[in-house]
Design a protein. Structure first.
Length: 264
């Protein structure tokens, strides 16, 4: 089955990175997709770069947004694909076969699928997110790398993201998603995305706000047990910083190769 994918890219004032992301989508060897680019009224030249690289696959929307998750929800509401995935400005697919591999893995009408994530900055790999899918539930959603999540569009339009959270709505979203009973899901043990560090959720400037929102979300869902679940999440994430050097070198070489292709 050849599923159609809706790829959502949210961007604001990121002229140095947006073209890499646009080209990463364009470079995929799978053609049944639409690319929704939501530009939050950029004023640094980002909008011109997008307009100069439009294609039949790209649906471009330029308007002011309440926050990141408001823009994502707008993208979801406009999505026409069978599944939705996010790829924000500065992020890129691991290689040109990612969407093709994802489509081949969606063989049982899964509600969602996810994979492995790599964080990078200045050609340096600084973290890897790859966990087993065993015993996945709403208590341990931190096993899911949110930027790799592919969700059925019909399901996503029902769940959506809570726009009152500016940084951690993905945490709340994953908990609510995993609370839904009898969902079919799959973990594909492949790298999906290189995520550029220093964005909204990974910036040191936003770390305090993210901690506050995370704790508030966990308490809201689990009462004061949520504090312990939050610290469990932090312990799980620490694993991603201890990376085998051989693996790091391999991922770095692949990143450099991909960036050279995309930045030509």
């Amino acid at each position: 089955m050849k599923n159609k994918f809706s790829i959502i890219t949210v961007v604001k004032n990121d002229k140095n990175n947006i073209l890499t992301t646009l080209n990463s989508v364009k470079n995929q060897n799978y053609s049944n997709y639409e690319h929704l680019v939501l530009d939050g009224n950029s004023n640094d030249g980002t909008s011109s770069i997008i307009k100069n690289n439009l294609s039949k696959k790209i649906k471009y929307f330029r308007q002011k947004d309440k926050n990141l998750y408001n823009a994502i929800n707008k993208g979801i509401s406009k999505s026409k694909g069978d599944y939705v995935m996010l790829l924000h400005s500065g992020d890129l697919f691991y290689n040109s076969k990612v969407i093709k591999n994802i489509n081949m893995s969606l063989c049982k009408n899964e509600d969602f699928l996810y994979g492995n994530l790599i964080y990078y900055k200045n050609f340096i790999i600084n973290r890897i997110w790859e966990f087993s899918s065993k015993n996945l539930n709403h208590y341990n959603t931190s096993k899911i790398a949110h930027p790799t999540l592919i969700v059925k569009t019909t399901l996503l339009k029902k769940v959506k993201y809570n726009e009152k959270y500016k940084i951690s709505s993905d945490t709340d979203f994953l908990i609510r998603l995993l609370k839904i009973k009898k969902l079919k899901y799959k973990k594909l043990n492949k790298y999906f995305v290189y995520m550029l560090s220093g964005g909204l959720s990974t910036s040191l400037n936003n770390s305090l706000q993210k901690i506050k929102e995370d704790i508030a979300i966990y308490i809201n869902h689990f009462n004061y047990r949520g504090i312990f679940i939050y610290f469990y999440k932090l312990l799980i994430k620490l694993k991603g910083f201890f990376i085998d050097k051989n693996k790091t070198n391999k991922l770095r070489l692949n990143l450099i190769k991909e960036l050279k292709i995309l930045q030509k």
